[in-house]
Design a protein around this ligand. Structure first.
Ligand code: HEM
Length: 266
């Protein structure tokens, strides 16, 4: 199963142009959902106004090479390793889920657009990446959703309590889980049995919810967060500090109370 391109098998019974069209519709849904979100929240407008205002309080001008080095560091460290989550489980779970999803999506696009039409055999690398990506998404995502979610970890709500904020993580998990089960049931060559068709339908529906729900879910954080990390690091380097006051030049004395319990009340 792990070395079989599930989309190539599907293309034996469904025209590949239909599968490719589905991907294009999903990408369009992400673009539309994000644009509507930007218009509704006015967050990009706020972001640029704030950056313009902060620029006025900059204490030094950044040269091109310094700017490039800050951007490179932000991409490699802050964005690729989700540095803002600090050290610990939360960051490991997120890195697993984020990179798993990137592998899963990249391999899907390559397998669908390059290896579902014509006779070209899929190099085993892509199906392996697709399956490993889905497994990583499940490990990071279920770990986060069952144990690390703030309302479960800090507010003692049961793990099965579902709220609107869970739309993104649950749709993402549904895609990865149903994708894996569909690939498995399809690889069993069940011929006219129903199993693989049911899981294919669930996989399609979860993709529609994930990509169609961008406006209502946390999906767009994957675009906003990198922008915010870049702005923060550039603002620190040019001294504008996003119009925040400078750090106090005093020892950090918070009293012994701060050591009584791990911070987990967000
Ligand atoms: C393909 C890219 C990404 C995927 C699939 C992804 C996935 C997720 C998921 C499933 C959650 C949990 C959402 C929830 O609260 O219900 C999450 C939260 C979060 N993400 Fe991402 N993310 C991506 C990119 C990024 C990037 C680039 C950053 C930062 C640079 C980032 C920072 C965060 C933060 C800070 C949280 C809150 C985590 C927590 O509460 O423990 N994410 N992400």
């Amino acid at each position: 199963m792990i070395s079989i391109n599930p989309f190539a098998v599907l293309a034996e019974s469904v025209p590949s142009v239909l599968i490719q069209g589905f991907v294009i519709v999903m990408v369009s849904l992400v673009i539309i959902g994000t644009l509507v979100d930007i218009i509704h929240k006015k967050n990009i407008k706020y972001f640029f106004n704030n950056a313009k205002k902060a620029k006025l309080s900059a204490t030094r001008e950044l040269g091109a090479s310094e700017r490039i080095s800050i951007i490179a560091k932000t991409v490699v460290y802050d964005i690729a390793t989700t540095a803002e989550l600090g050290a610990g489980k939360r960051r490991v779970a997120h890195v697993l889920g984020m990179w798993g999803t990137i592998l899963f999506w990249a391999a899907s696009v390559i397998m669908i657009f390059c290896y579902t039409s014509g006779d070209a055999a899929t190099p085993t690398l892509w199906p392996i990446m697709w399956h490993i990506g889905a497994i990583m998404t499940c490990v990071g995502g279920y770990w986060f959703w069952l144990f690390l979610r703030v309302d479960v970890l800090a507010e003692a709500h049961p793990w099965y309590r579902i709220i609107k904020a869970d739309l993104f993580v649950l749709a993402l998990l549904a895609c990865a889980t149903f994708g894996l089960v569909w690939s498995y049931t399809q690889s069993l060559n069940l011929e006219n049995r129903w199993d693989d068709k049911v899981f294919l339908t669930l996989y399609i529906v979860s993709n529609l919810i994930l990509f169609g729900g961008v406006y209502w879910s946390k999906f767009a954080h994957m675009f906003y967060k990198p922008g915010a990390a870049l702005q923060k690091n550039l603002a620190e380097a040019d001294g504008s500090r996003d119009n925040l006051p400078p750090l106090a030049d005093e020892p950090k004395q918070f009293g012994l109370g701060i050591k009584r319990e791990q911070p987990k009340h967000y």
